[in-house]
Design a protein around this ligand. Structure first.
Ligand code: UD1
Ligand code: MG
Length: 430
């Protein structure tokens, strides 16, 4: 899309005081990824370049989280406001003739489509600044868009500085604004901090630009929820809920049955094949892959690194971590399966526990195709249960005591099942 050079300038230096957290705000997680990750992804999807991120509070942690991601980091040592953050970046844009899209780091629901629409509107209007605005039923906390008699934007007033009449305005500033770079950096140093918060507000550039007879335009996003900012734990939960519904709706469109969307938690970067049924109270973490025609839940937790092959079923109160569950294999009740590789057509009995952790290290358990693991078995890793092997109910298969293919073990510790001699003799006599 970017015919001109369009840079993304992402503001992520704030502490996020309203979060009441020791962690930088932009690292708080939304559906399995830090909120800043979504904003970066959107910037990339729109081919914005270069991508610059202003960091300050907890900068080392933020940079570490996104190490190796082709980001030009800018350090704002003191967080004196969004306008000050842009001022800090000004040196990097000397001689820059393109556009600058300013993105707050706390708006993870923003989509690439909306950014592209904003850029298009900005170019069509040949504006110096175009603000992405939204109509919100509850505009509390946001900057309000002030329009003049002819409907043109004349200013943005922050919630804390607004008059009673201005607080009634429902059109808000999303914090997302695109600028002709030269226009922005030509006036940025004129910002003042004489306001309720004693901060340099980026939003004041609107008034400065208007004074210079520059063109300020606005583009209103269709679905206001896309630009919800996260400033508190309540907003974190609300945005998380919307993101989760987006993910779930996409799966339903692709042919996955989700019986109770409100009570299903699927994070980002998950794959689920068609005709799989997800039963209520299931949690599927980022990166998990579920095949076609599977059944997951109710009350199931599929954690990082888990793969379920086609037709596999994992059910009631079962947790899988870094587990490969083979084709048509069933683990339907009360199990912990961590660091396991299970072949096809196996049955994992109720209450099977894989003891993968010896207090220092995690170890692998391999269960062969067609194996039958009896109810209440404990498999102490590293250990292998062979193809078509059987463990008796309550067996404790100790570490390194592999069960051979077709073998049957029982007891604590588990030993091969021997048929009693007398039994054999009896048989012979017959
Ligand atoms: C800002 C806007 C407000 C808008 C809202 C939309 C201003 C003054 N206000 O308010 O009009 O409705 O976003 O969500 O711009 N940041 C820095 N350095 C700083 C201060 C902030 O990098 O010195 C970063 C923060 O990390 C954050 C972003 O800028 O990612 C926005 O800051 P925040 O404090 O959340 O602004 P809001 O009060 O939400
Ligand atoms: Mg905010």
């Amino acid at each position: 899309m970017a015919q001109k050079e369009t840079s993304a300038l992402i503001l992520a230096a704030g502490k996020g005081i309203r979060m009441k957290s020791d962690m930088p705000k932009v690292l708080h997680m939304v559906c399995g990824a830090p909120m800043l990750g979504y904003v970066l992804e959107t910037a990339r999807a729109c081919s914005l370049n270069p991508i610059r991120v202003v960091v300050g509070y907890g900068h080392a942690r933020v940079q570490k989280e996104f190490a190796g991601k082709k980001i030009d980091w800018i350090r704002q040592k003191e967080q004196l406001g969004t306008g000050h953050a842009v001022m800090t970046a000004a040196a990097k844009y000397q001689g820059f003739t393109g556009e600058v899209l300013v993105l707050p780091g706390d708006v993870p629901l923003l989509t690439a489509e909306t950014v592209n629409l904003l850029l298009r509107a900005h170019r069509r209007a040949k504006a110096d600044c175009t603000i992405l605005t939204a109509e919100l039923n509850d505009p509390a906390g946001y900057g309000r868009i002030i329009r003049d008699g002819r409907g043109a934007v004349s200013a943005i007033v922050e919630h804390k500085d607004a008059t009673k009449a201005q607080l009634k305005i429902k059109e808000i500033n999303s914090g997302i604004m695109v600028f002709r770079g030269a226009s922005l950096f030509g006036i940025i140093r004129e910002l003042k901090s004489d306001n309720a918060q004693g901060e340099y507000y980026l939003t004041d550039v609107v008034t400065l630009l208007k004074r210079r007879r520059k063109k300020v335009a606005a583009f209103t996003v269709e679905d206001g929820r896309e630009v919800l900012g996260i400033n508190s734990r309540a907003q974190l939960a609300e945005v998380g809920r919307i993101m989760r519904m987006r993910i779930i709706e996409r799966f339903m469109e692709e042919g996955v049955t989700i019986v109770d969307p409100e009570n299903t938690y699927i994070e980002r970067d998950v794959e689920i094949g068609r005709d799989t049924v997800i039963l209520p109270y299931t949690v599927i973490n980022a990166g998990v892959r579920v095949g076609r025609g599977c059944e997951v839940g109710p009350f199931t937790h599929l954690r990082v690194g888990t793969v379920m092959e086609d037709g596999a079923e994992v059910g009631n109160f079962t947790e899988v971590k870094k587990g490969l569950i083979g084709r048509n294999t069933k683990a339907k009740h009360l199990s912990y399966l961590g660091d396991v590789k299970i072949g096809a057509d196996a049955n994992i009995g109720a209450g099977t526990i894989v003891a993968n952790y010896d207090g220092r290290k995690k170890h692998l358990t391999v269960i062969g195709r067609g194996a039958f693991v009896g109810s209440g078995s404990v498999l102490v890793a590293p250990v292998k249960v062979g193809k078509n092997a059987v463990t008796g109910a309550g067996a404790v298969v100790t570490r390194a005591h592999d069960v051979p293919d077709g073998g049957v073990v029982v007891g604590v510790p588990a030993r091969p099942l021997k048929k009693k001699k007398t039994e054999k003799k009896k048989k012979k006599r017959r």
